[in-house]
Design a protein around this ligand. Structure first.
Ligand code: G6P
Length: 344
């Protein structure tokens, strides 16, 4: 077993470290002609997914709508089956295992409504590939840890390729180099943030735009493997309720990078500080202005938004992982959870 972990303490850590490669491989594999045509013909896209895959789908919405001006709807598999919305255009099922019962049920509903269907999965020959008209395979390789890590970034690779395709290859260069930035953040020192989270009962994760689903995923990872209660929130919504829970013992992890929401994020962070919550901020390297207003500053490379989404996510995976280790949790096999949920 130790050799299969390749010298890492857990499969999860090994899989976190495999992400530069699995991201690169997924980009390199490209998109075949049938899938290309399907994506180019869509005037609207609906994604169905569960768990971590739901978060990648939501990140896609926040990237695809502004960058390539295509309407995107994201639905949880478990809801979609019973409350199928009116559908137009392409339906995409996103599933690492390809066996999640709720996602399969949703995919079948989309087919029954005569939508062209695409499966994005890590498992060749899985049920979603047999149900969908076409498949876009991600190249993450086998993922053993229950918590999704490299399959999450490989899903983002596949979904970012779709964004790139609809933007006429505008991000070719960004995507072909993104794995290097992912490699860089693996070495980021996050000890202080880990110490803070492992003492906390509750942690909030906040961001805006594409960093909102990134925050939801950061919170999910924290809950899944460390059992510390965490909530992912759209940063502007925190004041509509959760502010009542902010105390000096409730850390907030905020992702705040340059762009149209930088200013409003910075003022949100100041509001949290005024409620005495310690703030851990992920921002771009060299952002001294942000570093000055927060308790702990974790730099990510100052790159394109697509790459920031990836690097911020990887830092949050490491934060959950090391917090879980500090609390001596069973990282690869968290209690009550399964790698794939095959019942509805
Ligand atoms: C389970 C796993 C999660 C995963 C979710 C969806 O809950 O523990 O890590 O995100 O299923 O799985 P899928 O295989 O459809 O991506």
């Amino acid at each position: 077993e130790d050799t299969r972990k390749g010298g890492f303490a857990h499969y999860m850590l090994k899989e976190i470290y495999e992400q530069p490669q699995s991201f690169y491989e997924t980009i390199r594999a490209g998109i075949d002609e049938h899938v290309r045509q399907m994506v180019m013909e869509a005037d609207e896209i609906t994604l169905v997914a569960c768990g971590t895959s739901y978060h990648t789908a939501l990140a896609f919405k926040y990237l695809a709508e502004p960058l390539c001006n295509i309407p995107v709807r994201v639905e949880m598999g478990s809801e979609f089956k019973y409350f199928t919305p009116p559908l137009r255009g392409l339906a995409i099922a996103v599933s690492q295992s390809g066996e999640t019962a709720d996602t399969i049920a949703a995919l079948k509903m989309a087919k029954a409504r005569n939508c062209p269907t695409l499966a994005i999965t890590n498992m060749q020959g899985s049920t979603v590939t047999r149900v969908a008209d076409e498949t876009l395979l991600m190249r993450a390789g086998p993922e053993i840890g229950v918590a999704a890590t490299k399959s999450y970034t490989a899903q983002l690779a596949a979904l970012m390729e779709i964004v790139n395709l609809r933007c006429e290859g505008a991000f070719d260069d960004v995507l072909s180099h993104a794995h290097l930035a992912i490699g860089d953040v693996l070495l980021q020192d996050i000890n202080e943030a880990v110490a803070l989270c492992s003492k906390a009962e509750h942690v909030f994760f906040v961001g805006r735009g594409a960093f909102y689903p990134v925050s939801m995923e950061g919170a999910l990872k924290m809950k899944e493997i460390s059992y510390v209660h965490a909530e992912g929130y759209a940063a502007g919504e925190l004041k509509h309720g959760p502010f009542a829970l902010l105390t000096p013992e409730t850390p907030v992890v905020a992702v705040c990078t340059p762009g149209p929401t930088y200013g409003v994020m910075a003022s949100n962070i100041k509001e949290m500080k005024a409620r005495k919550a310690p703030v851990i901020a992920l921002g771009v390297a060299g952002d001294t202005e942000l570093a000055e207003i927060v308790d702990i500053f974790i730099p990510i490379p100052n790159t394109h938004l697509l790459v920031q989404v990836l690097t911020a996510s990887v830092v949050l995976q490491l934060l959950a992982y090391h917090t879980a280790c500090a609390l001596q949790r069973d990282v690869d096999k968290p209690r009550n959870l399964a790698k794939s949920v095959t019942v509805e």
